[in-house]
Each structure stands twice: as C-alpha cells, then as structure tokens.
Design a binder for this molecule. Structure first.
Ligand SMILES: Nc1ncnc2c1ncn2[C@@H]1O[C@H](COP(=O)(O)OP(=O)(O)OP(=O)(O)O)[C@@H](O)[C@H]1O
Ligand SMILES: [Mg+2]
Length: 248
C-alpha cells in the first residue's frame, strides 16, 4: 500500500501549466528521487504535497487520508515533513533550540510558552537524539548564525526528522553545499529510518543514484518516465531532455 498517493494532479500559474496530470506513488520506506531540468515543476509539486500551494485538480492522499487543499500546518501534523530549497532557520537560536521548537510545533501541545518548551524533557530528548543522528551533537549550543552553510542544510533535515514524518520531502538538500559536505548529507539521507518514505528532489546525480530505489523524471510539469534507477539511466527520452546534458 502507498503511503503517499498522487493522482492526476494539475496546477497552473496563469497560462503556465506547472503540474500536468501528475500521478505518483511512494511505498512505505521508499527512497524516491524526483529529477528534471530547471523549471520542470519539481518545487511546485513539492509545494502542493506540503500544502504551500493548492492544486487546481487531482488528489493527494497521505497514509490513506486526502490532504489536498489542507493548510501546511495540518498536513505537517498528519505526517508530511519537509526541508525547503532555501534555508528557513531561526538564526539567533541555537541548533538545539531550532530542533526543539520544530518538535514542539508538530508533536507537542500547541500554544506552549518558550520557557516551558525548554523544560520539557521529552522534547529535549528528541532534539538531542536528532542532533546526534545528523552529526551535529557537538554544535548543540551554537547559534545558527555561526554554523556553516552545509551544517544549516543538515539542521534543516534534522528539523524534518524531529517531526517524525511518514513522508519526508527534501528539495535540493545539497544545493550550494561544498563537495566535502555533500557526502555527509548523502550519508545522512541514506541513514534515515525506513519508517519514513523519502521524496528527494536533487540535481546531483551522484546523490540521486546513491539514495534512490525509484526515480521519476518531470519535464514541463508532466511525468516523462518513472522506474528503477538503471532503467531511467538507459531511457532515451530521459537522456534527451536531461541526463544526456552532461549531468550524468
Ligand atoms: N508562484 C509562481 N508564479 C508563477 N510562476 C511560477 C511560480 N512558481 C514557479 N513558477 C514557474 O513554474 C515553473 C516551475 O517552477 P519550479 O520552481 O516548480 O521548477 P523546478 O523544477 O523546481 O526548478 P529548479 O530545478 O530550478 O528548482 C517555472 O517556469 C517557474 O518560473
Ligand atoms: Mg526547484
């Protein structure tokens, strides 16, 4: 059974069709990469899955529940975690505080004063465990402002992990990251618990082929191909529009 099921999704910006009848499934624990040229509609699709954008038509089902059209906070609480293409961290807070806040916002009671969040042992444990998992335990008390760019991207993934999602959406987690840090982020993604399915948007084919057990290629908003990595790498239509351009 699919944990995430997208059926005939469509979205236009004015006359521009950015999501053209997209159908996509993620099985529980699946590592699914979404690739395609710049402007293919990958981020627009992710925004619809997380609720930042409303689809014009079609359906999105998360663990059997229709979620299309719900607000992002609700979709997040139902088990959709995400990291953004741009950093969205609280720069004056520490790495630990950023994760604790995220865990509280999704898994804790709402409207909790900051002073109480700091005293909540369960949230503290989730935040500490998460920092260890993402390899940033030694940076717990460092403010985000003092972290490297790659560490910020790691922390963003940590924030999504702390929310214990059923599906994790990762939009270009290695973009702009130094090659030495890309390897660490790739290992971090590979090491995520199999209890969460992953939809990974990524241009770096080394990362895609290291992580994915299935790849979907978007082109002009539509699914051009979907299948096992080996089959996608050999697919002539995919090579013509994307992989053949030297990125593979
Ligand atoms: N809010 C918006 N209003 C109008 N057009 C938009 C909006 N957001 C995105 N677009 C357009 O939709 C198309 C798809 O953009 P999108 O960001 O989804 O592509 P992408 O596949 O994520 O590209 P990239 O690989 O560069 O991140 C582009 O032509 C873009 O200019
Ligand atoms: Mg994008």
């Amino acid at each position: 059974m699919s944990v995430l099921s997208v059926r005939n999704l469509r979205k236009s910006f004015g006359g521009l069709l950015v999501t053209n009848n997209v159908t996509l499934d993620l099985a529980a624990g699946e590592r699914h990469a979404l690739i395609g040229p710049n402007g293919a509609g990958k981020t627009s699709l992710v925004h619809q899955l997380s609720g930042q954008l409303s689809p014009d038509s079609g359906s999105i089902t998360l663990a059997g529940r229709p979620i299309h059209g719900l607000p992002p906070e609700r979709i997040c609480r139902l088990g959709m975690g995400r990291s953004f293409q741009r950093n969205t961290l609280f720069t004056d807070l520490t790495a630990l505080e950023n994760i604790r806040l995220a865990a509280q916002s999704v898994t804790g009671p709402r409207w909790t004063p900051a002073s109480l969040i700091a005293k909540n042992q369960r949230l503290q444990d989730v935040a500490t465990d998460t920092l260890t998992r993402i390899g940033l335990a030694h940076r717990a008390d460092t403010t985000v402002r003092a972290l490297s760019y790659g560490e910020c991207r790691q922390l963003e993934i940590g924030i999504a992990i702390a929310c214990q999602p059923k599906v994790m959406l990762l939009d270009e987690p290695t973009s702009g990251v130094a090659p030495s840090e890309t390897r660490g982020i790739t290992e971090l993604i590979r090491g995520l618990p199999s209890s969460m399915a992953i939809l990974l948007v990524e241009h770096d084919m080394d990362v895609v082929f290291a992580v994915a057990d299935r790849i979907t290629v978007l082109h002009r908003g539509a699914v051009l191909a979907s299948g096992r990595p080996d089959d996608i790498a050999r697919d002539q239509a995919v090579r013509d529009v994307y992989l053949g351009s030297g990125s593979f």
